[in-house]
Design a protein around this ligand. Sequence first.
Ligand code: FAD
Length: 628
Amino acid sequence: MEIERHEYDVVVIGAGGAGLRAAIEARQQGKRTAIVCKSLFGKAHTVMAEGGAAAAMGNVNSDDNWMVHFRDTMRGGKFLNNWRMAELHAKEAPDRVWELEAWGALFDRTKDGKISQRNFGGHEYPRLAHVGDRTGLELIRTLQQRVVALQQEDYEQHGDYEAYIKVFAECTVTRLLKDGDRISGAFGYWRESGSFVVLDAPAVVLATGGIGKSYVVTSNSWEYTGDGHALALLAGADLINMEFIQFHPTGMVWPPSVRGILVTESVRGDGGVLRNSAGERFMFNYIPEVFKDKYATTEEEADRWYTDQANNRRPPELLPRDEVARAINAEVKAGRGSPQGGVFLDVSTRLPAEEIRRRLPSMHHQFKELADVDITAEPMQVGPTCHYIMGGVEVDADTGAAAVPGLFAAGEVSGGMHGSNRLGGNSLSDLLVFGRRAGAGAAAYVDALPARPKIGQEQLDEAREEALAPLQRTGENPYEVHHELQRTMNELVGIIRKAEEVAEALEVVEKLKERVRLVGAAGSRIYNPGWHLALDLRNMILVSECVARAALLREESRGGHTRDDFPGMNPEWRRKLLVCSTADGSSITVEEKVQPAMRDDLITLFDRDELKKYLTDEEMSEFDGISK
Ligand code: FAD
């Protein structure tokens, strides 16, 4: 059986914001670059991003700057973030947004013609550069346009549009290949024909996004099966922060066929409020101690904030997502939910209909079409939905390099930047900042390489056999195994966790591993979704085990990890990262690793009183030494 082969300097797996920005950088640095994506080109997850990209440009409030953004990001992540990533992100995000504009992005404007910025949970000032509620679409459109512009340059110079940058769309990577300890390429299959393809390359950038399809209720689409996370693990890299999963507070709850689809935070940023079945604006009852001085305690003050931010505190509907999701969960559990098991999100009584249609066109359309609800006239029903994973490949902050030489990662598949909880809007900017850095890191790595690594035939045979195996079996049904995994993760390792339940989930995962070994797919290799799912299951199982094992070990509640049996944040745990790896390609080991202490000039950006809420006594005395 012939296997198609291609040679590149850098292979980027994923064509969302992170992948495209990485590929553009690698190509700009003269590297022959392949972009591989399992969905259609242009249909990455990034397209779905609604609210905007966070960047401290100070266009709407000139008090904003990178230091305020850095502080907000660290607070949002409950101080567990990789602080170097948070620093680079806050400093470089404005340049990345301006660069997008220079490449043709059409952002909404302020009255004086600057890029407009909107409010979002956890951001002290209006900070999200946006295009209505379709920012991700514009971001992808612009980056694709940039790819095409580079291809046109290449045509003029080399007579071939694809001389330096080629897109392999609807092509799924199932294995990373290595020469000794170094990356030497990637193995995959074409979705349509099922035939195999090998990309020889000394550097691979993973930009495959998240893992949401391991959960039943999710805002994520079909391609979020944790492939990049699993590919990295199987290649010998480490994953960190896997216990931290963001349940977005506002997913649709009705009708059942659309359960989980996102209702953007912009609804709350633009004035929408949350109410329970008694009509109470309940978020005032859920302001945690660490945020007490920053959020309004009365409806009057909260409402004044929308027009006068200098003299009022923010509405509690704009607390970080983990706080709002837990509050909604608690209201529903206490019997104060909406008829279909969510709570009410109302913008209809807060803004004129015309304004709602202008600011939130996609939401208006989404509810009208999918739920027959007119959001200009009635409230929406919403509830938490699995949205984003903070955990991912452990990378060097400056270059995106993973522990395996030649492997890089950027975007949602990487870990560290967002700590235990990501602020809304910080992903799109993360993709641009770290996509660029990973592309540059990969290019520099290739330049420094003395010789090109080779791909051994044995590895190719193994990858081929592994991919073909489900077609040669008639055992377990992949859809049933998938559903069992999703249900288990949703119910036992969901928004609120308990040791017994997580342990039970791990037992189920062990049994599912056995079943995955028997999963079969009827039919041929030609466009066969059952076969594709059978292959994705390996990844979802590996990633789910990481999430559950880390969740069981972390005996505290922080950000996207809430333990019913350990409800508080424990400063001792803030210093610890849980690092997942696999030695045999099947079972996961988790080890503790202590985070490096924050650089002095960064930690002194915070007030002592605030740090006291997060740091140990020992860390506080070190801080007192520095700040003297
Ligand atoms: P993606 O954009 O998901 O791209 C992943 C790519 O990898 C795809 O091309 C996919 O086909 C490919 N891929 C995956 N596996 C394989 C494989 N095995 N082989 C080949 N290719 C593969 N964030 C914000 O900052 N602001 C927002 O307003 C916002 N709104 C959001 C709204 C929704 C509904 C959702 C779901 C998320 C939102 N987010 C937002 C989060 C943000 O959109 C994502 O975190 C981000 O887009 C991820 O980008 P990425 O480049 O890492 O991956």
